[in-house]
Design a protein around this ligand. Sequence first.
Ligand code: GLA
Length: 385
Amino acid sequence: MNVLTPAVVEELFQARFAAMPDVVASAPGRVNLIGEHTDYNDGFVLPAAINYHTWVAAGARDDRELHIIAHDFTDQTVSFHLDAEMQRDAAMPWSNYVRGVVQQLRKKDFQLRGGNIFITGNVPAGAGLSSSASLEMALIRALTELSGEAVEPKAAALMGQAAENQFVGCNCGIMDQLISACGQADSALLIDCRDLGTRAVSIPQDWEILIVHSGVKRGLVESEYNLRREQCEAAARYFNQRSLRDVPLEHLLAAEAALEPLLFKRARHVLTENARTLTAADALMNGDMKTLSRVMAESHASMRDDFNITVPAIDTLVDMLNTAGQGLAGARMTGGGFGGCVVAVAPQSLIPTLMATVENHYQQETGCEPTLILAKASSGAFAGI
Ligand code: GLA
């Protein structure tokens, strides 16, 4: 991993803009422990911010332009006027996050200054660890601070989500932006996505979070993701409810024969996942690994069989970790699905066994190359404000 500190980022900025930045902001990626595809159904999620960040350095300009350099995309550069009408840029998709965020800040009447902007980071892209949300949160923080404006973390999260929904074209929920803004060190956050209420759940000191990238690049994410959301909304409409949160599991089960089978499966995943997420939060708080491990395994099976968002290599990886963990570790796919990462939670003493299992068997069985990341639950971009 690149080691990035404010001093390193300042130096990189200075080398390009021949001046020191006025602001250096950073925001973390996230790993979701459980509660997948529940956020846009007004449900529960249990993510943790991780110690991998996107950094945004900003220096004021005298005009009303933004000049932006994306270090991790070969220093690609984009410039636009702050008051310009925003158009999507197909050639440089990373810049759409900047445009979308500026558009939202403008809508909310933030008075932005022009600036030179430098972006870098070490959140693996396309891995399901929310590099986009971390970019949005770091940008909002940098652009507002540069302009002498203050923004609440939850307001920042909502603007990031709106940028994705209205400009980038992904109908994502609120989880990624909210945890990137509000994460707490050494804790996961139980988020009620209906009212954005959060409860920090501390992770037992001798437990570790192991993330394994399956080596399967996420594909079809946007179209399949948006389709899942539509299916959930259609299922809620069947029950005349605004969201699946308002449908009791008994009502769903009683309607099995009448409801279209695919919608029934999608809804069953969401309703059972909400219940598992609440159970997991209690298990984490109580250091009850037996229960956590069970609900994580059930969550994975539900994503595989009812929500159909896993891929065979990831199923193999989760099975492998569960076998090695013998009920003393939890494992499941994390994030939107169709590739990306698996998350495991385990006592420190078991981590070497889990890592060795993946290193010795995964590639041989699937042909995919894994990347292992030991992550620490970290604080969010706006923590402390
Ligand atoms: C993506 C979205 C989130 C959430 C997850 C699935 O990360 O951005 O809002 O829906 O997928 O849980």
